[in-house]
Design a protein around this ligand. Structure first.
Ligand code: 2NE
Length: 270
């Protein structure tokens, strides 16, 4: 079901059912490589799912069985980035990575076929990765004259360990689904025919849990790596919870009533 009012996208698909938003990169003719327009649409779709209170969990996937995503579209790679329709060159996928990482709902990568290059980093950034048995993973940067030294290196090292992360980047090999599971790069591997069903099952399980607990846990996992921005995200959750208390509301009410606030009935907790 595509929700009413959803924009018509050219490079992606947006579906929602049962509090699960599914965002699909839809360029199978290039193994779901992304161009600036694709990334712009993905950012819009993730924002939509983030803000929609009817959405609890987001699934990112690629159209067809052959690829999740093969990274930046090399045909339109220009002098300093990927060229858009106006000729402007971008690396806007870095903004998308930050968005997936920080939006306060679980994001699940559903991977069939290749997750390669910048497409591999996208699955890495997602909170969970569910792989079909035909999935293949790897970085190609040093072979095609590129690299992702941000989350692509740092989160990779945190996920699979430093030695393995360096191997993945320095050798540009491909790894099958069993190897990916073995190194902790994915959460589970299922037969291709079971991929959709398992992903929905995992999403349904998360949807039965406390949204606030999952929201704050996601921020907590990012907090130390993300420095002040990570603390901001955690602290924003504390502020939002404080707003819901009588103590927090007394300050606002006093201001609106044009009186001094009276916090005397609230305890100084140990
Ligand atoms: C993905 C992979 C391994 C698939 O291989 P295979 O054998 O299944 O398919 P094939 O024949 O290579 O690809 C099918 C069609 O898709 C195009 C191919 O050129 C081919 O087109 P035709 O010959 O049929 O016309 N295609 C595939 N990937 C593409 C891409 N990324 N851009 C444009 N066209 C693509 C194999 O195709 C592969 O290795 N692809 C390249 C992977 C790659 O190097 N990606 C870029 C990494 S750099 C990056 O993503 C990046 C970054 O490092 C930093 C910031 C932002 C992005």
């Amino acid at each position: 079901e595509t929700p009413a009012g959803a924009p018509e996208y050219q490079d992606i698909l947006y579906h929602q059912a049962e509090r699960i938003a599914r965002i699909t990169i839809n360029r199978p003719e290039v193994r779901n490589a992304f161009r600036p327009q694709t990334v712009r649409e993905l950012i819009d779709a993730f924002r939509r799912a983030h803000l929609d209170p009817k959405v609890g969990v987001i699934v990112l996937t690629g159209a067809g069985d052959l690829a999740f995503c093969s990274g930046g579209d090399q045909r339109i790679r220009g002098h300093e980035g990927y060229r858009d329709e106006a000729g402007v060159e971008h690396l806007n996928v870095l903004e998308l990575q930050r968005q997936i990482r920080t939006l306060p709902k679980p994001v699940v990568a559903m991977v069939a076929g290749y997750a390669i290059g910048g497409g591999h980093v996208l699955h890495l950034i997602c909170d969970l990765s569910i792989a079909a048995d035909n999935a293949r993973f790897g970085q190609t940067g040093p072979r095609v004259g590129s690299f992702d030294g941000g989350f692509g290196a740092g989160i990779m090292a945190r996920t699979v360990g430093l030695k393995k992360a360096k191997e993945i980047w320095f050798l540009c090999r491909q790894y099958d689904a069993a190897e990916a599971l073995d190194m902790g790069l994915v959460n589970t591997v299922v037969p291709l025919a079971e991929l959709e069903r398992t992903t929905v099952e995992w999403c349904r399980r998360m949807l039965q849990l406390s949204p606030t607990a999952l929201r704050i846990l996601k921020a907590s996992f990012n907090a130390d790596t993300d420095g002040m921005a990570g603390i901001q995200e955690l602290a924003g959750n504390a502020t939002a919870l404080f707003y819901t208390t009588e103590e927090g509301q007394e300050g606002r009410n006093a201001f609106l009533d044009k009186r001094d606030p009276d916090f005397s009935r609230f305890p100084w907790r140990p």
